[in-house]
Design a protein around this ligand. Structure first.
Ligand code: BLA
Length: 311
């Protein structure tokens, strides 16, 4: 029986000193996504044993090309969780957070997905338990993982309304639980985001604990291919690529995307991006640079309040 734990109401924003001139010292409150990662890991360790991922030996902290941007990389695993990894980026003008959890292929639990981008006064947020299997044709998957916990979405729906049109292709990677929103920075919003993050995370963690292994080899293969398709999409088309390239350079960004953030893309399957998404094939057989073929869609939330897809 599933029970979402109460999220802490702690303030995670930590004051930072910004020296505008030699005479004036201002204190501003910036959100610290490193604290978000620490809190999620703390919650995890209360429930399961985390082992360091082999990736942690190769990736820990990176300094950006500007010498001022810091990227903090954390990576863990457990017997059921193939990869639990975090990237927090900070410099004087922005904070970025990309926190994800992927199961071993024997388990069909969703993919945890928190992607937060914060600049001077705007925030772009995606928080979701991305479904491993498409929900429109797999109603039992929705029944199994989402219907019971839709209250989590409703709790934050007013504070974090739908963020408007987005890349049309993204919708099929999202669940009816998704929080897709944009907002101006404020202490209150960042505290609410912290609560939402931990609550979504606790729900995911609980699923990973409850889920049994899928013994049917065909089901394990289906789980593996679904995860590989997801990784293939994000390693190629995630909206953060441009910024990541500017911060660390093209080669390092590519390495981070394929080996760290979306690790498994080169191991879990052999299909190519074009195999999964043939609409991106150009005349010379390469992958189109376009982020999207269908364009921006979904001005409003395409699920009703019970989580049925209404398009
Ligand atoms: C913007 N990030 C966005 C947008 C979405 C996401 C939906 C709005 C633009 C769009 O419609 O594409 C996030 N999209 C996702 C996620 C999935 C998806 C999580 O399909 C999962 C399947 N964001 C990051 C990181 C960076 C980042 C790591 O997660 C930077 C290193 C930046 N995201 C970023 C920026 C924008 C953005 C700069 C605005 C630029 C733009 O709209 O192209």
């Amino acid at each position: 029986c599933f029970k979402a734990a109460n999220p802490p109401v702690l303030i995670s924003a930590s004051p930072k000193k910004i020296n505008f001139s030699k005479r004036f010292l201002f204190r501003v409150s910036a959100v610290s996504y490193k604290d978000f990662a620490e809190s999620a890991l703390e919650e995890t360790r209360k429930r399961i044993v985390l082992e360091p991922s082999p990736l942690q030996e190769r990736y820990s902290s990176i300094t950006g090309l500007d010498g001022k941007t810091e990227l903090q990389l954390l990576a863990f695993r457990s017997p059921k969780i193939r990869l639990l990894r975090s990237m927090a980026i900070e410099n004087e003008t922005m904070q970025v957070f990309d926190f994800a959890g992927f199961m071993e292929p024997e388990y069909d639990a969703p993919i945890f997905c928190a992607n937060f981008f914060t600049s001077a006064n705007t925030n772009i947020v995606v928080l979701d338990l991305n479904p491993l299997h498409q929900l429109t044709d797999q109603t039992d998957y929705q029944e199994k993982y989402y219907n019971k916990i839709m209250s989590i979405y409703h709790k934050y729906a007013e504070t974090f309304p739908w963020g408007g049109k987005l890349t049309g292709e993204s919708i099929k990677f999202f669940s009816p639980l998704v929080m897709w929103t944009r907002f101006s920075s404020s202490q209150e919003k960042h505290e609410a985001l912290f609560s939402a993050f931990l609550e979504y995370y606790q729900a995911w963690l609980e699923m990973t604990i409850q889920v049994g292994d899928e013994m049917e080899p065909s089901q394990v293969r289906a789980n593996c291919e679904a995860q590989h398709k997801y990784l293939t999409w994000r390693a190629q088309k995630d909206p953060g690529h441009g910024l990541l390239k500017r911060l660390v350079g093209e080669a390092k960004a590519k390495e981070l995307l394929r080996d760290f953030l979306f690790n498994g893309v080169d191991e879990l399957g052999t299909k190519t991006f074009i195999d999964y998404f043939p609409e991106y094939e150009t005349e010379d057989g390469t992958v189109s640079d376009k982020r999207s073929i269908v364009g921006k869609s979904y001005e409003t939330r395409p699920w009703d309040s019970t989580g049925n897809f209404i398009g």
